[in-house]
Write a protein that binds this ligand. Sequence first.
Ligand code: ADP
Ligand code: NI
Length: 216
Amino acid sequence: MQIENIQAFAHKYLDNDTTGHDYWHGKRVANLAQKLFLQDYPRVSKRQLDLLLVMGYWHDTIDEKICSNPGKVTDEMKQLLEKEEFRQDEISSVLFVLNHMSFSKNLEHYFQLPMIGQYVQDADRIEALGAIGIARAFAFGGSHNQKIYDPAIKPQILKSHKQYRNHEATTVNHFYEKLFHLEQTMNTPAGRKIAHERTLYMHKFIDQFLKEWEGE
Ligand code: ADP
Ligand code: NI
């Protein structure tokens, strides 16, 4: 596999994003997923790692948030993966993971992903945590005209995709509604450890934020 071709495809579909789902997010997810997978399985094959990198770089390219024509982008992906000499079952596995890994899709129905997909999903969720996660949350909030914080708007328990997308959100509430719970949704031992560390860091940030809000 030529990683440059995989990266060029990610650039093509993600470079214009300003909501925290740009090329660099894809690259970080690919690299982090690889690191976590190698921690748990040091003797994995090059082919498995290649598939994991494809899933990482491309995981947001056909997401509804970014993409208005997923059918067309999917066809292009298939062509490129065939050119890179992946088998049909491997191509199907990449597409299954891309179509089923998002947090909101798994709210109502839990999808069991193949093992490398579980590492990519963990890496993507970890990207919503820590310093990067804080930056991405406020970038997302800003680009969706969402308030930073409003004490009159209380955090909710969100159980459906529709509720998640349509409720009145503030970015600080998003930490209570989703981000502080993400560490409990990790699939893998390596993912759980780093998710826990980054969650502690975010708690410190929110504690400090609320102290400053109260004028301390
Ligand atoms: P997924 O793509 O897995 O369905 P989301 O679209 O919910 O997940 O989240 C992707 C990124 O956008 C995360 O970093 C998340 O924190 C951020 N995000 C999503 N919804 C909000 C929101 N209402 N406020 C702030 N950040 C958000
Ligand atoms: Ni993502």
